[in-house]
Structure formats: structure tokens, C-alpha cells
Design a protein around this ligand. Structure first.
Ligand code: HAM
Length: 432
């Protein structure tokens, strides 16, 4: 028989992990809003040109990794490989430059890149990201980096390495690119086929190559950070000062170019020792030309994105998911068919009172129902049959201790509320 499987590079996020993701997203929403960020939701696909123009025609993402297709109307569309370009497109489209600046937006959602799947690298993956658009103040660069670090701390990650770099700007970069081209040209023979093409197309991308021989060449290549003009140097120094002020430890990594063409000035990345080869848990940087690229007025911006899968793996390895308790509160065991309607009424009354509850929908025997309640991990079971309905009294069984008490049926909801309150809040079905 034909066996259906999720497409290569995609994963089903099953309830245990999905609950963890909800927790990570909730923590992000809490912290990001503390820093003034508001949520934004953009489409999962965009016009292909959005990504070509922003990420850059000669990047690996655009050249090799995009899910691009023609729709029935003959438009070239692309499943978003990242969230920055769509947010900036939305900023321009909705004239957000007329709002008080900076405009601070955060998002979460699936991204798509046709990459070779491996642990921590998928074709559909999720990101948690922010973009602060409108300010070129180095203090906001530091705030952005700090927010990312503080978020990691808030979900229990400890050992992280922060790399920072400056990518220069349109004033100092052209002269540097000439130097880089000359250097790469002199070393052409030692570079791979792709890199030879990159020399003329986009030499900064030489730093992205995974080939060892190319990396060796690039180790000795001139680095942008040594050729910054006074303004970019001053900006970078200020960012560093602000980070130092907050005791944020970082390593300056001159070869950090981040695989996307839109970066100017500050670029940063955080890696976790808890991850394998794909150890970049989040990254970001400044993009002072992007709004203009999409037809808006000259407007600086900065942001970051965190990979949700990698984050979840790291938090799990750190042992920082406190509890994955998904226990429900009350199971109503129906002793005989005559009690079914009363059980259904009770079920809705319990849920109305914010008590998580369920009944059997599989026609199980009483014994079978109890087995199910045990397996599914209900905390209490209430027995309802014609005997209980006649006597007006019901038994509540504590499934953990086996203890049983009898309460008047008309006080059941209040009694359960009381018991549940006493025995810790638990039904939240989340981790805290
Ligand atoms: P990025 O570095 O390409 O930056 O992606 C950010 C994060 O997404 C990575 O650090 C990684 O954790 C995760 N990630 C990337 N590709 C994959 C994959 N194939 N599988 C699993 N996780 C992945 C950006 O996307 C920029 N838009 C960040 C940004 C926002 N810059 C400015 N604002």
C-alpha cells in the first residue's frame, strides 16, 4: 500500500513539541512587547522579485534555495525564505513611514528554503523575528542584540556565543569590494567553481562558501571591518560601548557576512554549543537600504530572526522546559447509558467553569473508561450513573492517590474548583 510521508525536509510538530513551541512563542510575545514590538502577519508567499531584490540575486538562497512557482495567473511567486523582506514590503505598502518611528514589529511563522536537510536544517522551518524600522541610532542596534540575548536567557539558555561584525555601508564598501576582488582574483586557482563566479558577481559571498579550500583563502582576505569609514567605525564603536555597558559578551568576527545581501553596518549571530553542525540559533543585522529598495523613502532598519526548531532543541538539551504537563482535570465516567445526558450537561458545566474535562466517546465499558482516564492522565474521575442521579451524590476519585470522596451532585462543580485550586494550577496545558 502507498505510504504517505511528510515531504522531505518538513516535520510534523506533534503535540508534545507543539506545546513547547507555544510556550516559546508566548515568552517571545511577552518579552518583545516589553520592548515595544507589535505583531505583524504577512503572507507565506510573495512576488519572487521581493526576495531577489532584497536577499540578492547571487546569494545561495535566491540562486538555489527558493520555492518559486507560477500561479494560474502567470505570476512568479515564492514561498518566503525569510521574514525581513516581506515585513519591509508591508512597511512600504502601508506607508508605515508616516507612523511614529521607529516602527517595531515582530512575527513568527514558517519559512521555506530548498536546502539539504540535516539535524537542525529543514526545508520548512519556523522563525521568531523582529524588525525595528526607522532609526539609525546605534543604541537600537544594541537594544536589538540585547533583546535576542535576553530572550534566550528568558527561556533558560545559558551558554551562547554572540558574534558581531560591521558590514560597512554604500560609502566605504565599494573601495573594500575592489580590494576583495583583487585578492580573490590573485587566489582564483585555489577557489571552487562557484567561488570563481562569485569574484565578479558578488565577492562578499565568498565568505559564505563551505569548501575548506575557499575558507582557507578567505581567512587571509581583507575584511570589511578594517576598511570602515569614520561614520561606520563610530557607529560600530557605539554599538560596542552600549553592549559593554550591559555587560554583554561578544566576539568580533570579521568574516561574518550572514548570507543575505541587504545588510549594512551591524551584523550579528548567536550560536549554541548544544546544537550540532547547524549551530546558528539566531542572527540579524542592520539594513539601511532595504526600504528604499522597495520604493520607500530612505529609512534605516535593523532586526533579527531566531530558528524555532533550533531554539526548541537547545532549550530541551539545556533541560530548561520546566514541565510538559498536559494532564486534564476531570474525566466523567458514565456508569450506565441513563446517565449520559446528565454527564454531557455536567461536562459543559465543568468547561464553563474553566475546568478541563472530557467523557468517553468510544462506547467503552466502565472498566475501559477508567483505564482510558488513567492512560490519558486525568487528575480526577467523577462517576455518574443512575444510582448517583437518584441519590444526588457523586464520587470524585483522585487518580494519583486513589483517594475517593463523595459530594452532593449540585455542589460538584464548586467542589471540584476548590480541590483543583488546592492542588496546584495544572490544566494550563503549557509549560511555565
Ligand atoms: P537567517 O540567519 O537566514 O536570517 O535565519 C535566521 C535563523 O533561522 C538562523 O539563525 C537559523 O536558526 C534559522 N534557520 C535558517 N535556515 C534554516 C533552516 N533551513 N532550517 C532550520 N532553521 C533555519 C534571516 O532569515 C534574517 N531575515 C534575519 C533578520 C531579521 N535580519 C534582519 N532582520
Amino acid at each position: 500500500m502507498l505510504q504517505f510521508k511528510a515531504p522531505k525536509g518538513t516535520t510534523d510538530i506533534l503535540p508534545d513539541v507543539a506545546r513547547r513551541w507555544q510556550y516559546l512563542e508566548r515568552k517571545a510575545a511577552e518579552l518583545f512587547s516589553l520592548y515595544g514590538y507589535e505583531p505583524i502577519i504577512t503572507p507565506v508567499f510573495e512576488h519572487t522579485e521581493i526576495f531577489q531584490r532584497s536577499i540578492g540575486m547571487s546569494t545561495d538562497i535566491v540562486q538555489k534555495e527558493m520555492y518559486t512557482f507560477m500561479d494560474k495567473g502567470g505570476r512568479s511567486l515564492t514561498l518566503r525564505p525569510e521574514g525581513t523582506a516581506p515585513v519591509i514590503r508591508a512597511y512600504v505598502e502601508h506607508n508605515m513611514n508616516l507612523l511614529p518611528q521607529p516602527v517595531k514589529l515582530y512575527y513568527t511563522g514558517p519559512m521555506f528554503r530548498y536546502e539539504r536537510p540535516q539535524a537542525g536544517r529543514y526545508r520548512q522551518f519556523w522563525q521568531l523575528g523582529i524588525e525595528a524600522i526607522g532609526s539609525d541610532d546605534p543604541a537600537i542596534d544594541a537594544e536589538t542584540i540585547l533583546l535576542m540575548i535576553n530572550y534566550f536567557k528568558s527561556v533558560g539558555l545559558k551558554e551562547l556565543t554572540l558574534y558581531i561584525n560591521s558590514m560597512g555601508c554604500d560609502k566605504d564598501r565599494p573601495a573594500y569590494i575592489r580590494l576583495l576582488k583583487d585578492y580573490a582574483g590573485e587566489n582564483r586557482e585555489k577557489l571552487c567553481k562557484d567561488c570563481r563566479k562569485r569574484i565578479d558577481l558578488n565577492p562578499l559571498r565568498l565568505f559564505d562558501c563551505k569548501e575548506e579550500s575557499c575558507q582557507l583563502v578567505m581567512q587571509d582576505a581583507p575584511k570589511m571591518i578594517d576598511y570602515l569609514d569614520e561614520a561606520c567605525k563610530e557607529h560600530f564603536n557605539k554599538v560596542r560601548q552600549y553592549l559593554d555597558m550591559q555587560s554583554i559578551v561578544y566576539i568580533i568576527k570579521p568574516e561574518l557576512v550572514r548570507g543575505l545581501d541587504y545588510y549594512t553596518k551591524t551584523a550579528f549571530e548567536v550560536v549554541s554549543p548544544l546544537l550540532g553542525a547547524q549551530n546558528a540559533i539566531g542572527g540579524g543585522g542592520r539594513y539601511n537600504k532595504l526600504v528604499e529598495e522597495f520604493g520607500g523613502p530612505p529609512t534605516p532598519g535593523i532586526g533579527f530572526a531566531i530558528g524555532t526548531e533550533r531554539l526548541s532543541i537547545a532549550v530541551d538539551k539545556e533541560g530548561a522546559f520546566v514541565s510538559t504537563d498536559s494532564k486534564m482535570d476531570v474525566f466523567i465516567a458514565i456508569a450506565d447509558e441513563a446517565a449520559k445526558s446528565a454527564a454531557i450537561n455536567l461536562l459543559f458545566a465543568l468547561r464553563e467553569a474553566k475546568i478541563s474535562a472530557d467523557i468517553d466517546y468510544m462506547g467503552r465499558s466502565l472498566k475501559g473508561q477508567l483505564k482510558y482516564a488513567d492512560k490519558r492522565g486525568f487528575k480526577y474521575t467523577v462517576f455518574l450513573g443512575s444510582r448517583e442521579l437518584e441519590s444526588g451524590k457523586v464520587a470524585i476519585k483522585n487518580m494519583e492517590t486513589g483517594e475517593q470522596i463523595e459530594v452532593p451532585l449540585n455542589e460538584l462543580v464548586d467542589k471540584l474548583l476548590e480541590i483543583i485550586k488546592q492542588n496546584q494550577p495544572s490544566i494550563s496545558q503549557t509549560i511555565d
